[in-house]
Design a protein. Structure first.
Length: 230
């Protein structure tokens, strides 16, 4: 079977992309479980939707510099989604207020304060990086190498754009963490968030396995969900 093509998604694809991400992040240790009576994947959908709205932008409101929503399809169905932007972007003004309010609804005040405190420790960096903010693959399409292909595609985009590295955040106690390690990411910093170890990870493009991202021994990826600043 030919490898699915990775494309930049249009605004019309955002709703479908959100469903992929909501499904992928439901049950993630950084996403609180839904309360009884709430729709399926409610908290994950709210958190992912807020991140996309603020970082990817919306009509009349640009998103973060370098913002790209990427996806790949299998038999016409969106299977894997990722969002990247220039590292260092921070929402301000009404966007920051909206994001804080939505996260407060999901997390509650104590966890929100803890999240803000930990995220404020992110190193601004002295080089140009592309940040992988979110990566998710639908459950039925996992173990097909879609996440691996997406990460390597993003590295290619970053190299072509003159970035020094790709960065992300990953919960250490998830399959995604090991996946990123196998793809050459190393931990820059580790902090506890909501009782879970959260790692800032970096992949220097100069240390990649060649321009095309040479295949590693693992035949498939196991990342149910990737990075998310939650």
């Amino acid at each position: 079977m030919a490898e699915p093509q990775i494309v930049q998604l249009a605004e019309a694809d955002h709703a479908e992309a959100l469903e992929v991400l909501a499904e992928s992040f439901a049950g993630h240790p950084m996403v609180p479980p839904d309360k009884p009576g709430k729709p399926e994947h409610h908290n994950a959908r709210l958190m992912m939707g807020t991140l996309l709205e603020v970082f990817a932008g919306r009509p009349g409101k640009p998103g973060a510099p370098g913002a790209r929503l990427l996806g790949s399809r299998i038999d016409g169905e969106l299977a894997c989604v990722a969002f990247v932007h220039d590292y260092g972007f921070e929402p301000k003004g009404l966007d920051m207020a909206r994001m804080a309010w939505q996260m407060l609804r999901v997390m509650g005040p104590r966890k929100l304060v803890g999240s803000i405190r930990v995220m404020s420790e992110k190193h601004p960096g002295d080089d140009r990086r592309l940040e992988l903010l979110i990566l998710g693959t639908r459950a039925q399409f996992q173990q097909r190498g879609l996440g691996r292909a997406m990460v390597r595609h993003i590295s290619e985009l970053a190299a072509q754009g003159g970035y020094a590295a790709v960065t992300l955040e990953a919960a250490k106690e998830t399959p995604a963490f090991g996946f990123y390690e196998r793809e050459g990411f190393v931990v820059e910093k580790e902090r506890a968030l909501h009782g879970q170890p959260l790692c800032w990870m970096r992949r220097d493009l100069a240390s990649r396995d060649g321009a095309s991202g040479a295949e590693k021994p693992e035949p498939t990826d196991d990342a149910a969900a990737g990075a998310a600043a939650v």
